[in-house]
Design a protein around this ligand. Structure first.
Ligand SMILES: Cc1cc2nc3c(=O)[nH]c(=O)nc-3n(C[C@H](O)[C@H](O)[C@H](O)COP(=O)(O)OP(=O)(O)OC[C@H]3O[C@@H](n4cnc5c(N)ncnc54)[C@H](O)[C@@H]3O)c2cc1C
Length: 315
């Protein structure tokens, strides 16, 4: 999420550090942070580890009228080459815990894959479909991450959120109005702090082999060295299709997008809905390539693709 506020005449670095605490980083390079490995710096970057810290940082950003953007693992972001003129708040709340027989508590800052491995270690099934999805638990909840017909919303029981006034609240899954790669959080701007997930009892070896199988399938379809953000565009709802979605990748392939390049950005040869940074791409290259892909699909099929990747800053 991003909150666009008119920036007040800016405070000096030391004044900002006094306001947000000594953990505040100035002019933080985001190229190493995002999986696209592109983008300019964030003027301010703060890693927070609890609901209280999230709440305090939101209140301070509001008082100082600084635009704020919440981040997790940076695996679904296209950051402008000009960077972000505000504060990025990285939610790094940790904790993985078995609750009773089949519930798992996870902090929003845990890797999604760590949660999947933890469930397997405890012989709990329900999240194997998400194996190999990058990023953190908070980011996965925000965008209702999913694959192979499953979505993280399917197993959410309770979530702790902080709203834009800094209030902490607990809600159930219905509150979040989950949809395909969508949740209410995209509109309410509330921040995920932690969640309780409901699994089913399973057999460890079966769960492990499912995870391995999905990771192996992904390894064949995704760029091995990363430098992408997964699917760039959302699939199109279509009840006639498997999982109820017409894959955007199929339309892009049929529109002849494989092999298209702009600067260092390229449509991945094995999956037309993935843009890869071949090493020297800028975010602007990626955006221009995405526009060409969109145009080709629109011309051939009359369908306007919608971005799954979240764009930050000016393009
Ligand atoms: C190789 C590869 C494969 C991928 N495959 C898939 C796939 O199969 N399915 C899929 O769904 N995605 C996939 N993705 C995309 C991405 O991994 C997911 O969208 C992931 O859930 C994003 O999590 P993140 O922590 O990296 O979020 P970020 O990229 O950091 O942020 C994404 C959005 O979430 C918001 N956000 C992050 N943390 C919080 C929080 N704690 N509270 C509120 N909002 C928050 C941000 O504001 C931003 O708008 C893939 C990515 C890669 C690189």
């Amino acid at each position: 999420m991003v909150e666009n506020l008119t920036v007040k005449p800016s405070l000096s670095g030391p004044e900002m550090i006094e306001a947000f605490g000594k953990e505040l980083e100035l002019d933080k390079e985001l190229k190493s942070f995002t999986t696209f490995k592109t983008g300019g710096p964030a003027k301010y970057f703060l890693t927070v580890k609890s609901a209280e810290e999230v709440s305090e940082s939101i209140k301070t950003a509001h008082q100082l009228q600084i635009p704020l953007f919440i981040v997790g693992g940076g695996s679904n972001l296209l950051v402008s080459d000009y960077g972000f003129e505000g504060i990025m708040i990285k939610v790094d709340v940790s904790g993985l815990e078995l609750v009773g027989n089949n519930l798992i508590f996870s902090g929003a800052g845990e890797e999604l894959m760590a949660l999947i491995n933890f469930s397997a270690d405890n012989s709990l099934t329900g999240l194997e479909f998400a194996s190999g999805i990058f990023g953190l638990v908070g980011g996965a909840i925000y965008g209702n991450a999913g694959a192979y017909g499953g979505e993280i919303a399917d197993i959410i029981k309770e979530i702790t959120l902080v709203d834009m006034d800094g209030n902490v609240k607990k809600v159930d899954a219905n509150y979040c109005e989950f949809g395909y790669r969508d949740s209410l959080l995209k509109r309410s701007n509330e921040v995920v702090i932690d969640a309780l997930f409901e699994f089913s009892a399973g057999e460890k070896t079966v769960i492990r082999s499912k995870i391995d199988e999905i990771i192996a399938i992904r390894a064949k379809k995704h760029p091995v060295e990363g430098k992408c953000a997964g699917s760039f565009f959302k699939n199109i709802p279509d009840p006639k299709e498997k999982y109820g979605k017409l894959p955007a990748g199929r339309l892009l392939e049929e529109a002849g997008c494989k092999g298209l390049k702009v600067g260092g950005a390229e449509v991945f040869e094995k999956h037309a809905n993935i843009i890869v940074n071949r090493g020297k791409a800028t975010s602007s290259d990626i955006r221009k390539l995405a526009d060409i892909m969109k145009e080709r699909v629109s011309e051939k099929f009359g369908i306007l693709l919608e971005e799954e990747v979240i764009q930050i800053g000016q393009f």
